[in-house]
Design a protein. Structure first.
Lengths: 117, 113
C-alpha cells in the first residue's frame, strides 16, 4: 500500500507557542491531503482538506487562522497550530488518497500527539 | 449530529470465536464504507471496504456486510486472534466529490487468549 509519513510523532510545547506538523506521501503524489483530529476515546474528526497549490478547505468550527495548512508540493502538506493552548492538545493525523486505489480509500500517517502545557 | 455511529464502545471475545462489530449510518448519500483498525498513538490502517452496490465483501478472516435498507453494516472477524485486539473504526464516504471520510466513534476489540 501507499506510505504516508508524519512527523513529529509527539510534541510537547508551552502555551502560546506554534507547532508545525509535516505530512509526506513517500511513494506517490497527493494533490489532496486530509487533516483529522482525535480527542481521547472519540472519533476522528475531519479538520480540513489540503489542496496542493491552493487554499485549504476548513470544516465548520475549525479556525483557519489557528490551524494553518500549507500544501506547497505534491508530496508535502504541513499543519501549523499557532499560539497553541491546552485545549489544542489532541492527536492529529493526516491522510491522503493514492493512485491505483479506490478514491474513497485513505492512507493515514502515524499521527502526532500534541500536548500543550 | 453523528452520521456514523458505533454504539458499542468495547467488545471482548475469546480467541477462535467470531467477533462482530456493528456500525449504523444516517446519511443516505453514503455510497462507500470502510473499516479501519487503529492502535494507540498510531494512524488507522485500512482493513476492508464495501461499495453500496454490494451487500458483502470478504477478505480472508474479515467479512463486511452491508444492509442498505437498515443503514447498517457489520464487520465479522473469524476466527478472532489476540493480534486483532485494537480499536476498529467504521467510515463512510458520501460521494460528493470531496471524498473525505466520516468516522464512527470506534469499538475497542479485546480478543482473549
Amino acid at each position: 500500500g501507499a506510505v504516508v509519513s508524519q512527523h513529529p510523532s509527539r510534541v510537547i510545547c508551552k502555551s502560546g507557542t506554534s507547532v508545525k506538523i509535516e505530512c509526506r506521501s513517500l511513494d506517490f503524489q497527493a494533490t489532496t491531503m486530509f487533516w483529522y483530529r482525535q480527542f481521547p476515546k472519540q472519533s476522528l474528526m475531519l479538520m480540513a482538506t489540503s489542496n496542493e497549490g491552493s487554499k485549504a478547505t476548513y470544516e465548520q468550527g475549525v479556525e483557519k487562522d489557528k490551524f494553518l495548512i500549507n500544501h506547497a508540493s505534491l508530496t508535502l502538506s504541513t499543519l501549523t497550530v499557532t499560539s497553541a493552548h491546552p485545549e489544542d492538545s489532541s492527536f492529529y493525523i493526516c491522510s491522503a488518497r493514492a493512485p491505483g486505489h479506490a478514491n474513497e480509500k485513505l492512507f493515514f500517517g502515524s499521527g502526532t500527539q500534541l500536548s500543550v502545557l | 449530529d453523528q452520521q456514523v455511529k458505533q454504539n458499542s464502545p468495547s467488545l471482548s471475545v475469546q480467541e477462535g470465536r467470531i467477533s462482530i462489530l456493528n456500525c449504523d449510518y444516517t446519511n443516505s448519500m453514503f455510497d462507500y464504507f470502510l473499516w479501519y483498525k487503529k492502535y494507540p498513538a498510531e494512524g488507522p490502517t485500512f482493513l476492508i471496504s464495501i461499495s453500496s452496490i454490494k451487500d458483502k465483501n470478504e477478505d480472508g478472516r474479515f467479512t463486511v456486510f452491508l444492509n442498505k435498507s437498515a443503514k447498517h453494516l457489520s464487520l465479522h472477524i473469524v476466527p478472532s486472534q489476540p493480534g486483532d485486539s485494537a480499536v476498529y473504526f467504521c467510515a463512510a464516504s458520501d460521494g460528493t466529490g470531496r471524498r473525505a471520510l466520516t468516522f464512527g466513534s470506534g469499538t475497542r476489540l479485546q480478543v482473549q487468549p
